[in-house]
Design a protein around this ligand. Structure first.
Ligand code: ADP
Length: 242
């Protein structure tokens, strides 16, 4: 069984092909990274997976279901979540409130006090699992260090109980001390979630990934275990060539 798969997935912008017939498999429980030089098509590919962009050709499958033409929210409901910029969404809410709301959203029930209490308890457990510092859970998100905000993005995605999680540069712009915190949280994600990490920090990629796919010029250049990828002359050339 494949968690998330693409078959000849293609996206053109006018006459330019940004993602070119990419066939890719993410296995259940995978720790998989997608890398590639700037302009390789990583962001476009992730947008095709999440439904932020429609495909020009090809297919996206989630646990055997063809989701190519589903809108984003329906993909989320089917079990595909991605992190999003939280500071644009709930700046005045605390992390505990935001995660509680996200759980309520997932459950799709009206707000009653007892449901709120149950969702609050689940939110606290989820933040515990991510080692989200206690003192920061009840402060407005806008006041938190950037690394904590990025950690909250992951918590909000997990609140949707996804089967596949797309992490788009989760530590980008985060200072080193906090980025360690984000990486530890990612390393501790539950194995019932398949994770695809899109990242340009190679240190981070090689610490996290058990499998790596390399994109270049919109196509798959290499795919395999980290050791093989690190030694692959085509991969070295693609990076040195930029
Ligand atoms: P990466 O994330 O690997 O840096 P992108 O997916 O952002 O690569 O971009 C791949 C290529 O597609 C780039 O050449 C970029 O200029 C082009 N591209 C991305 N989005 C658009 C768009 N909306 N319109 C035209 N070209 C685009």
């Amino acid at each position: 069984m494949i968690a998330l798969g693409t078959c000849h997935l293609t996206r053109r912008f006018g006459g330019f092909t940004a993602v070119d017939a990419v066939s890719f498999n993410l296995l259940p429980g995978a720790r998989h990274a997608l890398i590639g030089p700037n302009g390789a098509g990583k962001t476009t590919f992730v947008n095709l997976l999440s439904g932020a962009l429609p495909a020009s050709e090809g297919q996206v499958m989630l646990f055997g279901q063809d989701i190519t033409h589903l809108p984003q929210h329906a993909r989320v409901r089917a079990g595909l979540a991605r992190t999003f910029q939280v500071n644009q969404l709930f700046p005045q809410f605390t992390p505990l409130e935001s995660v509680t709301l996200a759980i309520g959203e997932r459950e799709g029930q009206g707000a009653t006090w007892w449901r709120g209490a149950r969702h609050g308890a689940e939110a606290a457990r989820l933040l515990d699992d991510l080692h989200f510092p206690e003192a920061d859970r009840t402060r407005p998100t806008a006041e938190l260090p950037y690394g904590r905000q990025r950690l909250l993005e992951i918590a909000l995605a997990l609140a949707l109980k996804p089967r596949v999680l797309l992490l788009d540069e989760p530590a980008a712009g985060v200072p080193p001390a906090e980025s360690r915190e984000v990486m530890q949280a990612i390393a501790a994600l539950p194995r019932d979630v398949a994770v695809l990490l899109i990242e340009h920090d190679m240190d981070l990629v090689f610490r996290f990934a058990e499998r790596i796919t390399v994109l270049a010029f919109g196509a798959v250049l290499a795919d395999g275990e980290p050791d093989a990828i690190a030694k692959d002359p085509r991969v070295r050339e693609a990076y040195l060539g930029t």
